[in-house]
Design a protein around this ligand. Sequence first.
Ligand code: ASP
Length: 312
Amino acid sequence: MGKIAFAVHGGAGVILKENMTPEREAQVRVGLKKALEVGQNILTTGGSSLDAVTEAIVILEDLPEFNAGRGSVFNHFGKHEMDAALMSGRELTTGAVASVTGVRNPVRLARAVLEKTPHVLLTSEGAEALALELGLPFESEEYFYTDHRYKQLQQALERNQTQLDHADDGEEDKKFGTVGAVALDQHGDLATGVSTGGMTNKKYGRIGDSPIVGAGLYANNRTCAVSATGEGEYFIRGVVCYDISARMEYLGEDLTRAAQTVIMDRLSDLGGSGGIISVDASGCISMPYNTPGMYRGFLNDKGEAVVRIWEY
Ligand code: ASP
């Protein structure tokens, strides 16, 4: 049986040590560690990379600290519209949902699109109808409500700007973000996933990079699996995740070089900020970001769950 590899993220942005309370830092570290352990259990017992990615994302969606599922940010009208997607590197199968409301775990709905429909991407009411049909859990607006996200919306409305979850708002408790995971399983299959509430004060109906194949995620067993976080519009314009895979495939670059070049040069040149986590078919992990911090974690060679926010 082959090597396993696993990494998760909880968003990138202006995450400053001096603005963060020890409690918040601890909550993020505990959440990411738990997600890593869930994925690790699946992978070490021969489970699939797609299962590991799905279940780790469910853990993070259920935690209010992260901008996905329960802790999703508010749109301009004070509603939650969530995006999520999964992709398998074996046959490039993909399932994605965009602008869904009330669905407890958007990533499970994305999985249903992948496995139970001939489609790749369903949006809003159509996606919600599928969730109802399959009996997936829905939650009330109160479930998705968090005080700090509401305050973020008020601030963004005052400034009349659309705001990345981890924008520099000077508030110590607002640096939590989009979630994602990438995995290599014992069978040599790569998978990736991502889930988000998007950006605070986004327009009604705005869809970010997260459910767009090639922009917010990409997986191909021939190259790598990538999951992104950051200003979605730039990730769509730069086709960031696919660009990393394409550089490996067409230029013969290794994962680290391809990922660094795309984030540090190409995304930065476009004016975009954010980061990615990625793993290649040999289990090498690369997690570059061009922001002050990125919530991220990975399994090291000893199988220990390592969580980092800045360099540490
Ligand atoms: N990429 C997400 C979006 O633009 C936001 C994030 O990563 O926090 O919807």
